[in-house]
Design a protein around this ligand. Structure first.
Ligand code: SF4
Length: 232
């Protein structure tokens, strides 16, 4: 019995059945107030990934080579979020590959002392906008439910946003990266958010790497991580 009701669909059916029975007894209002909704269980990352692969919810489905759902550890404490896949990601179906991805790997490995396989890397959009143009508001609206479900499944300790578009999405603001970076924010769902520069920007502007390193140290302090090689 307890196994059956741990299935959200069965629990919801049971609730509806009870409400129907109580309704016939004239206690509908009371019943609806007193019988709790089944808690929403997160979908598995595999289930979400399968839905992304089949998604046709915006016009980017017509121009993509393949979807880029994200990759990493299902138990990651750290999630990196970029804006959208680029040309190389679109070809490989993997987030942050190519030179920007290699720099992100360096931040994760040499900077944080983690492996890429320890974290999860996502984009707000799962398909590449043609010519790497900025995503349209309608595309973000169509795609972000996938991101929300992925974060619901992952429940990370921190989300590190790469670039201002990703950060503004979580914080619900329209600020520059200079205004966003350098401190922790909180998403509307309560996840700590840190904003820093996109690796592609760091490749064009190496002087910004110092600021990025300061941001990463804020994340490491939050996570209780020591710099690789630092005395224990
Ligand atoms: S960008 Fe998102 S919403 Fe649009 S087709 Fe791709 S997966 Fe679907």
């Amino acid at each position: 019995m307890s196994h059956a009701l741990s299935d959200p669909a069965l629990a919801a059916s049971a609730r509806e059945f009870l409400l129907e029975e109580l309704s016939q007894l004239g206690v509908d209002y009371l019943a609806r107030r007193q019988i709790p909704q089944a808690p929403s269980m997160p979908d598995s990352l595999e289930q979400i990934q399968a839905e992304i692969a089949a998604c046709q919810n915006c016009e980017l489905a017509c121009s993509r080579t393949q979807t880029v759902p994200g990759s990493g550890s299902a138990s990651a404490r750290v999630v990196f979020v970029g804006e959208a896949p680029g040309a190389e990601e679109d070809l490989q179906g993997q987030p942050f590959v190519g030179p920007a991805g290699q720099l992100l790997d360096k931040i994760i490995e040499s900077g944080m002392g983690l492996r890429r396989a320890d974290v999860f890397i996502l984009n707000i959009l799962k398909c590449r906008p043609p010519g790497n143009r900025d995503p349209l508001a309608t595309e973000k609206q169509a795609c972000t439910p996938f991101l929300q479900r992925q974060l619901h499944a992952l429940r990370p300790d921190i989300v590190i946003c790469l670039g201002r578009h990703a950060a503004n999405y979580f914080i619900g603001s329209d600020l520059t990266l200079g205004q966003l970076r350098g401190r922790l924010h909180q998403s509307t769902s309560g996840i700590p958010i840190l904003a820093t520069y996109h690796p592609a920007y760091l490749l064009r502007t190496p002087s910004a790497k110092v600021d990025c390193w300061q941001d990463i140290q804020i994340a490491m302090n939050h996570l209780g991580l020591k710099r690789p090689g630092a005395a224990q």
